[in-house]
Design a protein around this ligand. Structure first.
Ligand code: NAI
Length: 280
């Protein structure tokens, strides 16, 4: 994959672009004009952290940055072999972009989505070649977390799935697992009820946020407590994923707690907005 496109340079898109560029591909990110500077900063900061932590040399960081360009012009994806979409979790927006992308990229380009919860087949069906559309579900922070869930659809071409799996594993150095196209895939279907349970526990005043988190870190050996993890993922994302799991399975443990909805209404989205269950 010499030329890779990424749509959206937010939390996930910036991380995906960084990892792809570190592996040697040229990456073009398509972002809204007003968010281009922010996306650039996100990548620079992340690379600076990697250099500081000695995970990356200064020269490699500069070379990585040199392989990334950010634009608002989707037509620059004409020569992309792979496009990874990481826009907000809004189905209509993603469908609109998959329809546009299908017109721009070459017929053998692969289109992937990083969606956490939207059925991939709905995005595939927005294109004329649904067999080349699949899910590549990265985890946050992308440069640190080793997993990519490869999501297949009823229409996906096995050769495309195998090619993307090999790319994620051998070139990007990620651990891959394969999931069917059901809400939550493997990890979120198991993780979200746990996170929602921690919010319900906090909401009822059963324990403080710190004690809930400390309990799971010190008692179960989790690297981060559930409420801090909600803040890290973004409460809007947690809500969107819970809503689609609930819509898919109609099981009460997927139902979003009222507090989660009200925090999102209030703009308390976690780390990215400066306030969630904790202040940042
Ligand atoms: P985010 O809100 O940080 O980033 C979304 C980016 O898309 C923003 O930079 C925004 O400016 C950009 N954008 C919005 N409209 C656009 C347009 N018309 N053209 C180009 N760019 C546009 O969201 P985040 O967290 O990066 O999530 C992106 C996707 O990744 C979602 O589908 C989410 O479900 C998924 N995801 C999120 C994870 C997380 O931990 N945050 C983990 C795994 C998947």
């Amino acid at each position: 994959m010499k030329n890779v496109g990424v749509i959206g340079g937010g939390t996930m898109g910036a991380g995906i672009a960084e990892v792809v560029a570190r592996a040697g591909s040229s990456v073009r990110i398509v972002e809204r004009d007003e968010a281009i500077a922010g996306a650039q900063q996100r990548i620079e900061k992340s690379l600076a952290r990697a250099v500081k932590a000695r995970r990356l040399s200064d020269d490699d960081a500069k070379a990585t940055l040199g392989r990334i360009t950010i634009t608002s012009d989707l037509s620059t994806f004409a020569d992309a072999e792979l496009v990874i979409e990481a826009m907000p979790e809004i189905e209509a927006l993603k469908v609109e972009y998959f329809t546009k992308l299908d017109e721009i990229v070459s017929p053998d380009a692969i289109l992937a989505t990083n969606t956490s919860s939207i059925p991939v087949i709905r995005l595939a069906n927005a294109t004329k070649h649904p067999e080349r559309v699949l899910g590549m579900h990265f985890f946050n922070p992308v440069p640190i977390m080793s997993l990519v869930e490869i999501v297949t659809t009823l229409k996906a071409d096995r050769a495309v799935v195998d090619k993307v799996t090999a790319y994620a594993r051998d070139t990007l150095g990620k651990k891959t697992i394969e999931s069917k196209d059901a809400a939550g895939f493997i990890v979120n279907a198991l993780l979200i009820p746990y996170l929602l349970g921690s919010i319900r526990m906090y909401e009822t005043g059963f324990a403080s946020a710190e004690d809930i988190d400390d309990g799971m870190v010190a008692g179960c050996g989790y690297p981060m407590g559930p409420l801090r993890l909600c803040d890290t993922v973004g409460l809007d994302i947690c809500l969107a994923v819970a809503e689609s799991l609930y819509a898919e399975f109609s099981e009460p443990h997927y139902a979003p707690p009222v507090l989660l909805r009200r925090m999102v209404d209030a703009g308390y989205l976690g780390r990215k907005s400066g306030r969630g269950f904790y202040q940042y």
